[in-house]
Design a protein around this ligand. Structure first.
Ligand code: TIU
Length: 227
């Protein structure tokens, strides 16, 4: 059993039944000209966590965790994009419109790819999701159950939108969630701060929060004990 110094208390997990979920580290949110920028955001703060997420991925791979990458994406015919969502953003810069990285937030387009530094390895799960949460219309819950996954470590963007939605939905489905605070980011620093606080408040109402260093320490100590 791995024991991580987390908030509001120790987070315990077994690597064999744990997955790291890296949410939406795709060019649409991290590069200029994508969906994030189309919504009026400065994308530069999000790029700053790429090294931390890369370190987290390396750690998870080293310790044999299941690795899952998600991408927020829609079918080319927009059949999975409800009108209310399609109306987000400025006219001409909406989901499906042409941009510098291809059609915005559309499956298969260059902008929809995960940034090269964090590219999925063969055998890792890549989940295309039309919603903010990772369970809606993805079949992921069943796949996780079939794989015996009970605990989920969360990273990616943005903290208060797709990451928090996925974490809350995971909590409702019985998974134990840990948000890695330095491997997630928001376009709004105050929203990130508030999200970290609200996840861990009330005794860990929708999960727990820890730093990457605490996770690494816990995994390294467990490995030393084994050897
Ligand atoms: N706009 C924003 O903060 N986020 C999204 O639209 N999607 C994700 O968080 N991935």
């Amino acid at each position: 059993m791995i024991e991580v110094a987390a908030r509001p208390g120790v987070y315990r997990f077994e690597p064999a039944t744990t997955a790291l979920v890296v949410i939406d580290m795709q060019r649409d949110f991290l590069d200029p000209g994508g969906f994030g920028a189309a919504l009026g955001n400065d994308v530069t703060p999000l790029r700053a966590i790429i090294p931390a997420v890369a370190n987290l991925l390396a750690l998870a791979r080293r310790h044999g965790l299941t690795v899952i990458h998600t991408r927020e994406s829609h079918a080319p015919d927009l059949s999975d994009c409800p009108p209310a969502k399609h109306q987000q953003g400025k006219l001409g810069l909406r989901i499906g419109d042409p941009g510098p990285m291809g059609r915005i937030l559309i499956r298969g387009e260059p902008g929809n790819q995960i940034v090269p530094e964090l590219a999925p390895l063969d055998g890792e799960w890549v989940i295309d999701k039309p919603g903010k949460g990772m369970f809606y219309a993805t079949g992921l819950d069943q796949r996780l159950r079939e794989a015996g996954i009970e605990s989920l470590l969360f990273a990616g963007v943005t903290t208060e939108v797709c990451v928090q939605t996925s974490m809350r939905e995971a909590c409702d489905r019985g998974y134990r969630g840990l948000l890695i605070e330095d491997a997630t980011e928001s376009y709004f620093p105050e929203f990130k701060r508030a999200t970290l606080e609200m996840v861990a408040a009330q005794g860990g109402i929708v999960g727990q929060v820890a730093g990457l260093a605490a996770l690494e320490t816990a995994l390294t100590q467990a490995m030393k004990k084994e050897s």
